[in-house]
Design a protein around this ligand. Structure first.
Ligand code: DAT
Ligand code: MG
Length: 151
């Protein structure tokens, strides 16, 4: 079974609303394995790098304000086709268009406060995992089932 990792983050409104547990439950129920988790408040430089591809968008500075407005819960989730499976659990960017049953469909109403981030490709996942958890975390999926530790 080919293991892949993806980067998922409960954004500040999700943490404020006490939805970290609900997000984790959905990933665990789907079959993902949690490979790393950290609650932290990020600075503007990291938020700007994370959303670097949106730098020219009119909402960019508001997005960075929002992402730095309180703690986020950064996570690495692992499993088969992790990137694609995570995006389908999370739902469409605009919660008004996200299907019920998805995280955004069930827990959010506003695009600017859509609760959770998930990497959009394997390349984005590798980049975002390295940004938040460092180079070593990005280098290889853990053998979680055998209980191996990172050395
Ligand atoms: P996604 O988070 O589904 O990958 P994205 O990468 O296009 O979507 O955008 C990143 C975040 O930026 C998104 O989760 C919420 C915010 N955003 C996107 N489009 C927006 C818009 N039109 N107005 C306000 N915020 C927006
Ligand atoms: Mg995106």
């Amino acid at each position: 079974m080919q293991q892949e990792q993806t980067f998922v983050m409960v954004k500040p409104d999700g943490v404020r609303r006490g939805l970290v547990g609900a997000v984790i439950v959905r990933f665990e129920q789907k079959g993902f394995k949690l490979a790393a988790i950290e609650l932290r408040t990020i600075d503007r430089a990291l938020a700007e790098r994370h959303y670097g591809d949106l730098r020219t968008k009119p909402f960019f500075s508001e997005l960075v304000d929002y992402l730095t407005s309180g703690p986020v819960c950064a996570m690495i989730w692992q499993g088969e086709h992790a990137v694609e499976n995570a995006r389908s659990l999370i739902g469409k960017t605009n919660p008004a268009e996200a299907s019920p049953g998805t995280i955004r469909g069930d827990f959010a109403m506003d695009i600017a406060g859509n609760i959770v981030h998930g990497s959009d490709s394997a390349a984005s996942a590798a980049r975002e995992i390295e940004l938040f958890f460092g180079r070593h975390a990005a280098s290889h999926p853990l053998d979680l089932f055998a209980g191996d530790e990172v050395s």
